[in-house]
Design a protein around this ligand. Sequence first.
Ligand code: GDP
Length: 297
Amino acid sequence: VIDMVQDDPGKLKPRPPVITVMGHVDHGKTSILDAIRNAKVVAGEAGGITQHIGAYQVTTDSGQLLTFLDTPGHAAFTSMRSRGAQVTDIVVLVVAADDAVMPQTVEAINHAKAAKVPMIVAINKCDKPSANPDKVRTDLLQHEIIVEKLSGDVLDVEVSALTGKGLDDLLENIALQAELLDIQANPDRSAVGAVIEAQLDVGRGPVATVLVQNGTLRQGDIFVVGEQWGKVRALINDQGERVKEAGPSVPVEVLGLNGTPEAGDVMNVVETEAQAREIAEYRHQAAKDKRAAAGAA
Ligand code: GDP
């Protein structure tokens, strides 16, 4: 089901931006995501250790809430898009200051451009004696990225995931970029979301981390997600706490699925279990037919 509900503009409210970190291997994507999480996520009552559920939220010093997808790299971004889920509002392009613009940097630039998602450049590893941030800036010119320091309009920030220097600045720049984008959703409607990751958990059954994109997802909601369906038995946030509901841009683990969906599957809340089952079964059959046809060809 494609999202058919037209949102009344009067019901739209600002929602946190969703950020994906991309860049060449070893340029520090994982380190930056870890450093931000460790510095900014307020430890929950559940025990103080944040859960890795594939996404997390942080609050900047200026009070802006941001949602980070915690799966660095391009595979997640492209597979999500190919399955119909466009979840990212802002791409942070990580380039190591002791290296240069590399093949996967260019790939990331192309993905962001194709998806029409604005970019912020994080020049990482600036703690290194061999760091040369200006070389990164001029390298990027060849790919039509003109950063602010060179009088362009792409925000660029020098950071070090190792020392933490510049990370607050990066977060404030993301908040600034988000403000320009005027990102909104309607929390007062049935939820639409996208699966960030999913697995079959030994104790809990199928578990999916869903990023709510519009509306509010609640305990007891009946939903269809890809070829699966379910009824929300429990919602667990990025701090491991049980929550009753999750609004726009909030990532939550969803329990109560009949099977394991795939990353990038779209979740829609529907009215009845019969509806959910029917849509899921129809999709399952269609996918099976498609596979059989592909096998016969
Ligand atoms: P990814 O492949 O882009 O996720 O890169 P990683 O986060 O795994 O980092 C690759 C290597 O660079 C690791 O050995 C990190 O410890 C190191 N690294 C990452 N960020 C920094 C930094 O800011 N400064 C320094 N000196 N090393 C870093």
